[in-house]
Design a protein around this ligand. Structure first.
Ligand code: GLV
Ligand code: MG
Length: 286
């Protein structure tokens, strides 16, 4: 199941939640955390539960408040219901938090009559501590299939300046990809892009994340969904090239050759395998 676009909507804003659920986002994340004012935290839970019953096109996640806050437990008790696909857990800083969330989700799933392991857990790495503990967090993943990077909180915590080119994010993004891969997780989900009017900047940010090995992007505006879906799907040109690489290499291999040149570029086993993976990403018809 692709997770190219994960669109946030405040859980207590019915119109925005409804709109988000009508869009072709791979997942909608109803937010109980930073998009909800402190004075509204408790009331927002019922709104999140109500929104779970609305018609939708993709998967549905709820972002609860961080486990270190006074709201997290009641959030989880309120929202684990049939119809939910997963929980987004912000500001995760260690493997113990993953274990706590696992335990709680297993118990709540049971109480709600959900099949064991039904809910995905998506941790957001968005503090210096979380980044430092990332390997352990990724290895502790059981129901977590991937991690997400949250640069808004991360930059604030680190004292980084968020530039339009995002050069300052490169080492941390690379760390997310490396830790995910080493732990056998799916490609991670990249940070939000906050300059809503800067579509070109958003496109460049998507491209930076894609080439580094991310598989999707956290989105905060409906206009970001389609560009994210496109960026994290192979283009027609990439598919066509991948087909040619696979075919040429298969033909070469049948003749006992394992390194060839195609359009002036070297192709060997890893290059051919990368091309096969591009085709696999596009599904059986790719
Ligand atoms: C997301 O939560 C972020 O802080 O970027
Ligand atoms: Mg955040």
């Amino acid at each position: 199941m692709p997770m190219r676009s994960l669109l946030f909507a405040p859980a207590n804003h019915a119109r925005r939640a409804e709109k988000a659920l009508s869009l072709p986002a791979d997942a909608v994340i109803l937010d109980l955390e930073d998009a909800v004012a402190v004075s509204e935290k408790e009331a927002a839970r019922a709104d999140a539960v109500a929104a779970c019953a609305l018609p939708r096109r993709g998967r549905l996640f709820i972002r609860v408040n961080a486990l270190s806050t006074p709201w997290a437990l009641a959030d989880l008790l309120a929202v684990v219901r049939p119809g939910l696909d997963g929980i987004v857990l912000p500001k995760v800083e260690g493997a113990e938090e993953m274990a706590t969330a696992e335990w709680l989700l297993a118990a709540l799933e049971r109480d709600a009559g959900l099949p064991a392991g039904r809910l995905e857990l998506l941790p957001i790495i968005e503090t210096a501590r979380g980044m430092q503990a990332l390997d352990a967090i990724a290895r502790a993943a059981r129901r977590a299939r991937r991690v997400a990077f949250g640069a808004a909180d991360f930059n604030m915590d680190m004292g980084l300046s968020w530039t339009r080119e995002e050069a300052e994010l490169a080492p941390w993004r690379a760390q997310c990809v490396l830790a995910s891969r080493a732990a056998g997780l799916e490609a991670p989900v990249d940070t939000v892009w906050t300059a809503l009017k800067d579509a070109e900047g958003f496109a460049a940010s998507l491209e930076r994340a894609r080439v580094l090995g991310f598989g999707g992007k956290l989105c905060i505006h409906p206009d970001q969904v389609e560009p994210a879906n496109r960026a994290f799907s192979p283009s027609d040109a990439q598919l066509e090239h991948a087909r040619r690489v696979v075919a040429a290499f298969a033909e070469a291999e049948a003749r006992g050759l394992a390194s060839i040149s195609l359009d002036g570029a070297f192709v060997d086993y890893p290059v051919a395998e990368a091309a096969r993976r591009v085709l696999a990403q596009a599904g059986p018809t790719g």
